[in-house]
Design a protein around this ligand. Structure first.
Ligand code: FUB
Length: 452
């Protein structure tokens, strides 16, 4: 082999081994990540995010939230839309940053939206008995004015603390046990303690110290950098420490995120504009390891393409539960949710496709037009079942579901999804009376890459 060929081979081998795990989610535009490991499942990492609509490139049109989970930091599941403006009757717009918490046996999403008719930010609270939602709105937290960018921190003694902040201000308070109102006597203005603060406070605890991280602006200068301050008590006083994510190439105007310890490693989740190629308000979640020095100071992070550097890239599969219906942006038409056939995932499955047009529609949100592998988990105990699948009313296919007494996945190959919202409808194919109980548990849409 001559020298040129050897060089080419080396370059090819090198490019195969290059690791590029940032941005973390490449299937959908995401921002304001809130990472958590829940106490009942230390093997799983969850990241809750807000959602940027492709093509809009402005924060004003933001409408909903997503949940992602992983057990290896490489393969991620996008559980789809977990809460949307349509599910919150007091709100009219601006589904901006949120946080999640596990508290007394339930999962909570604490988020902000603008109140209908008033147009000011409220801090909303929604609950689910499952980490992946969907979440049901409970109303807004009383006693919080201008409640943008809330973070809910549950201390080791189970005391709940709320932090929020916007427009160069930051506040905190202890919440009452039902999480629906603040204890007025604990209301604290943190603004002066948090040099350069702009919005987005987030709190984690390490070695009995409370770390409050936040996006800030040095005088009159965008984009935002990430700063932090440390305290001995959740409500302060906080000692300002400095910047730990400075300006970086391809960042969005804003930055925002949280810190988590997962399988012994500390990580910072934040966002950039890398996936959209620099569109400042079309963002994507990033993750990098975070390290502390001996004194407990955060060692600044320099965002890198490599990110967590475990694999060549991350891969996301959308796993969308059929039974979540309207709460997840879908629809159940003349079908029901049942739990009789065992072995389903989520809260149940959809069945009773008795007449033509009876259907389940499931919402899949993606960032860019792409091919996805389409998998359906179903059961058809009484024999083969034929159904049509409509994707955005454009692709129309006839799918055979062989008899199966238990739930199993069937792979229907590649389908095309468009940028933004895709509605995937599974419905009965013909006018013949139904043979039995065909049931849809969930659909999966798996990212595929050219080299696969
Ligand atoms: O995502 C919308 C807004 O941008 C958030 O609420 C802010 O923190 C900033 O990230």
């Amino acid at each position: 082999m001559d020298f040129k060929r050897i060089l080419l081979l080396l370059i090819m081998l090198l490019s195969l081994s290059v690791k590029a795990q940032n941005p973390v989610f490449t299937s959908v535009f995401t921002a304001d990540p809130s990472p958590h490991v829940w106490p009942d499942d230390p093997d799983k990492l969850w990241v809750y995010t807000s959602h940027d609509e492709p093509g809009s490139n402005n924060h004003y049109g933001m409408t909903g939230y997503h949940a992602f989970s992983t057990t290896d930091m490489v393969n991620w599941t996008d559980h789809g839309r977990i809460l949307h403006l349509e599910n919150v009757d007091w709100a009219e717009s601006h589904a901006w940053a949120m946080d999640a918490a596990y508290y007394r046996g339930n999962y909570y999403l604490i988020y902000c939206m603008k109140e209908a008719g008033i147009g000011l930010f409220r801090t909303g609270i929604a609950r689910s008995d499952r980490p992946e939602g969907p979440f049901t709105d409970l109303g807004y937290v009383k006693g919080v004015e201008f409640g943008q960018d809330p973070a809910l921190f549950i201390d080791e003694d189970e005391t709940p603390y709320l932090y929020w902040g916007h427009d160069r201000k930051c506040f905190a308070a202890e919440l009452n046990d039902d999480l629906m109102s603040i204890k007025p006597e604990t209301y604290t203005v943190l603004t002066k303690q948090l040099t350069h603060v702009f919005e987005g406070p987030w709190v984690h605890k390490r070695n009995d110290k409370y770390y409050l991280t936040y996006p800030g602006l040095t005088p009159r200068r965008w984009p935002e950098k990430m700063f932090y301050a440390v305290a001995d008590k959740p409500l302060g006083p906080y000692e300002f420490k400095g910047v730990f994510i400075d300006d970086f190439e391809g960042q969005s105007g804003t930055n925002h995120g949280g810190i988590v310890t997962y399988k012994g490693k500390d990580m910072m989740f934040y966002h950039s504009a890398w996936l959209s190629g620099g569109l400042s308000e079309t963002r994507s979640v990033m993750a990098d390891y975070l390290k502390y020095d001996k004194q407990g100071n955060i060692i600044p992070i320099v965002p890198s393409k490599k990110g967590l550097g475990i694999a060549k890239r991350t891969k996301t599969t959308l796993k969308l539960e059929a039974e979540n219906g309207f709460a997840a942006g879908g629809k159940l038409y003349n079908v029901i949710v049942d739990t009789w056939i065992k072995g389903y995932s989520g809260k149940g499955y959809v069945t009773n496709f008795d007449n033509p047009y009876d259907h389940v529609s499931i919402l899949a949100q993606v960032a860019k037009p792409a091919k996805y592998r389409f998998i359906v988990s179903y059961a058809s105990p009484d024999g083969e079942s034929n159904h049509d699948v409509l994707i955005n009313s454009r692709i129309h296919r006839e799918f055979k579901f062989p008899q199966s007494k238990t739930f199993k996945e069937i792979d229907f190959g590649l389908v095309d999804l468009k940028e933004g919202d895709n509605l995937i409808r599974i419905f009965k194919r013909d006018w013949k009376p139904s043979k039995g109980k065909f049931a849809v548990d969930y659909i999966k849409l798996e990212q595929v890459f050219e080299s696969e």
